[in-house]
Design a protein. Structure first.
Length: 232
């Protein structure tokens, strides 16, 4: 593992973030870089933490259960779970992670609420919206999310951070822009309609191939993996 290459990649991503944030008229500090470490080993993940990264993400509970206990300096690190989540995995995921980005049903939200109560904690969640209506992806349909959100927000022990989406894969990042723009507009509408509280205004959207477009459209959390680890 080449620490210097990792350092250069991190600096490049941060520079790209700053440029994109400037285009949207926001300070770059409004955007959280979440490093998706699912494809790299413990040493590389540790190196990122040592370089000052404060947010890491995994998408498999079992792999995370092996990796996270080996890491040091996690006290200041927010751990994000970004993969599909089955209800029978919720208990262990809550033991490992601080926030879940993939809440795609009321039943899952209810299970998280129940398990969080058992652990005497509050669980941070993003509500996943399937903006492109892709059948292979999870998430609420935009037209149905209002009623479901009312149920989710009534559950105890949940802190709704905001909304999350994944744009369809395309080599041209501009194809993702309409989906990100619509998610940001939906978030604004839900807050204006008082369905979501003002504090639930975070947007988890954008990955290595399209995070600059996501930032321009209002992303507060970008989930970046390959752009950080290129050339390692």
């Amino acid at each position: 593992m080449d620490v210097e290459t990792l350092k250069l990649n991190l600096a490049s991503v941060r520079t790209r973030m700053s440029i994109a944030a400037s285009k949207s008229g926001r300070p770059v500090n409004d955007v959280t870089l979440v490093a998706v470490t699912k494809s790299v080993d413990t040493a590389t993940t540790q190196a990122l933490i040592d370089l000052g990264l404060k947010d890491i993400a995994e998408n498999r509970q079992q792999a995370a259960a092996e990796k996270l206990p080996q890491l040091t300096g996690l006290g200041d690190v927010t751990k994000h779970y970004i993969g599909p989540l089955q209800r029978n995995k919720v208990k262990r995921v809550l033991e490992l992670f601080d926030v879940i980005h993939s809440v795609d049903s009321v039943k899952l939200a209810r299970e998280i609420s129940n398990r969080a109560a058992e652990q005497q904690r509050t669980a941070g969640i993003f509500v996943q919206v399937n903006m492109a209506l892709e059948p292979q992806k999870g998430g609420f349909e935009p037209r149905n999310v209002r009623e479901s959100l009312r149920e989710i927000l009534s559950l105890p022990r949940l802190h709704v951070w905001g909304l999350m989406c994944m744009a369809p894969y395309n080599e041209n990042p501009e194809t993702a822009r309409p989906h990100f723009k619509r998610l940001a507009a939906l978030s604004h509408e839900l807050i204006e309609e008082r369905i979501m509280p003002p504090g639930a205004n975070r947007l988890s959207m954008g990955m290595s191939g399209d995070f600059e477009v996501a930032i321009e459209e209002g992303a507060t959390h970008i989930r970046v993996g390959s752009a950080l680890f290129e050339g390692l």
